[in-house]
Design a protein around this ligand. Sequence first.
Ligand code: SAM
Ligand code: SF4
Length: 334
Amino acid sequence: MAVLGRDDILYYLNGGNDEELYAIADGLREESFGREVYLRAIVEFSNICNKKCNYCGLRAPNSKVSRYRMEVDSIIDSARLAAEAGARTIVLQSGDDFNYSPGQVEEIILGIKESYDVAVTLSLGDRSAGEYEHWFNCGADRCLLKLETTAPDIYKKIRCGENYHQRIELLRSLQDIGYEVGSGIIVGLPDYTLEQLADDLLFLSALDLDMIAAGPFIPHPDTPFSSAETSDIELSYRFTALARMLNPLSNIPATSALDSFDSKGREKGLQRGCNVIMPSVTPAAKRKDYNIYPGKNAISVDVADTISRAEELVRALGFVPSASKGSSRRMNNV
Ligand code: SAM
Ligand code: SF4
């Protein structure tokens, strides 16, 4: 296939030919992954956050959130339930809650890795490179750290003064440490332009990522972006389909945020180039409080049920829930 230039990207982002775009993306996914779809079970273990991102319901100033912080043992227990239900990857995610010491995070990683043959992904936000290196040496396999936008000035605005260059430096350190690294953006943030999204795609692709995560922006009523327009979901499908064209071997999730727009959102994502879904296995009583955006974790069923529903969704589309850990194909092919 000819190299995809910025003008081609803009053509497709603008809805130039969705049918063609999705067919190409689906074909490339099939070439790289066959019928397999990877399930990543996500334990959202704390909704406490010291940051003030303008888009996120967990931001520190939001006093309407009922905050929780799970104990080390119950985090390991949630991972156990997911592993016993068949999950081969556990994603540990939280707000930027630095109350957990490096030793406690180590305990969680070891508690999971010593008992279960699963990959562990960390999505803990801006911890130091030294801490991440220590956790890699403890057995953590992957990290997910989204840039949210690749424009430094927009980053500063939407993340309330945070420094883009520090984030990208951390991302590069994670790659140097040896992690499989995922990053991405939020599609359709206030005042977005198609030109910026095209630049985001080119920038993310140049980073040589193992995973590219891009979900639609959904305004949360208790944030400074409450009255922003909800993004166009089609733009998210186009973005991930183009990410597949530019990164045939990277893992690309059909994010749960897609389902907030359309009950078939994740299914459509999987038919348009995505190869991963990330069901929440956070304890049912806490799930609804991990309210990043409206509609997040709307369904509260137990862990075994969550995993089997995700597997059913995959099978109903004619795909196969992978029995493997779904390690980076990109890494294994270099
Ligand atoms: N605190 C960590 C961090 O920020 O990297 C991880 C947790 S954070 C809740 C996970 C992701 O939620 C962010 O990377 C962001 O892309 C997404 N997110 C937050 N608010 C959102 C919104 N209103 N719409 C869509 N995605 C959102
Ligand atoms: Fe905190 Fe992450 Fe939400 Fe920002 S996106 S407020 S760091 S949980």
